[in-house]
Design a protein around this ligand. Structure first.
Ligand SMILES: N[C@@H](CCC(=O)N[C@@H](CS)C(=O)NCC(=O)O)C(=O)O
Length: 223
């Protein structure tokens, strides 16, 4: 019998949602467990004692943490018809670099642009502009960062869809838009069209309400 897969997550977290999307794209059955981050379950605290964060993947007796590491584990463990990474080592290396750039540079800069003010906000917006321009160049002539199908860097970039849209609205700023980044905007439309993505994208109104309620707490903090 195959080992059970459980995913501990939070509905509004892009990190949880990118893992869920990997499971869906690969066709891996899983049980989803919604966590309450204000009252973390003992399962979460025991399975991720170092960071105490979601997402956490529990596969039988094994536990994997950190969304991008979980996604690579999923890719390595289930060799189904759907691949999140190409076979060619250099293409894999390039996809991993782009994924790291999106996760460590683009996402924090956009997040901090929306949750800061004054000079700090100006600097984060400038940094976002530079980083998003790089993503535009990367996407030229391609439907997805992964090529013709959604791959690892696309999962990392899920934050640049509805999350960015909602946060910009709350902050009253425009870091990215159809006018500013038409290629990235097309990417987001193609991405959101995918059935599996639709199932792993929170409802816009609910997300807006959640972030609005957290506005004070999130100001000047990292994602
Ligand atoms: N780098 C981590 C980030 C995960 C993360 O920030 N999770 C947040 C939810 S969006 C969390 O669990 N926060 C709870 C806490 O830090 O106490 C990943 O990619 O998995």
């Amino acid at each position: 019998m195959s080992e059970e897969v459980k995913l501990l997550g939070v509905w509004g977290s892009p990190f949880s949602r990118r893992v869920e999307l990997a499971l869906r794209l690969k066709g891996v059955p899983y049980d989803y467990i919604e966590e309450d981050l204000l009252n973390k379950s003992s399962l979460l605290l025991e399975s991720n004692p170092v960071c105490k964060q979601v997402p956490v993947l529990i596969h039988g007796e094994k536990t994997v943490v950190e969304s991008l590491i979980i996604i690579e584990y999923i890719e390595d463990t289930w060799s189904t018809a759907y691949s999140l990474l190409r076979k060619d080592p250099i293409e894999r290396a390039q996809a991993r670099f782009l994924t790291k750039f999106i996760d460590e540079k683009c996402l924090p800069a956009v997040w901090r642009s929306c949750w800061s003010q004054g000079e700090a906000q100006k600097n984060f917006m400038e940094e976002s502009k530079k980083n998003l321009r790089i993503l535009e160049d990367e996407l030229k002539g391609k439907k997805f960062f992964g090529g013709e199908s959604i791959g690892l860097p696309d999962l990392a970039a899920n934050f640049l869809t509805i999350w960015t849209d909602v946060l910009q609205e709350i902050a009253g700023i425009c870091v990215t838009s159809e006018e500013k980044h038409p290629i990235l905007w097309n990417w987001s439309q193609e991405f959101l069209k995918c059935d599996a993505v639709g199932k792993c994208t929170p409802d816009r109104q609910n997300l807006l309400a959640m972030f609005q309620a957290q506005k004070g707490a999130k100001m000047n903090k990292s994602p």
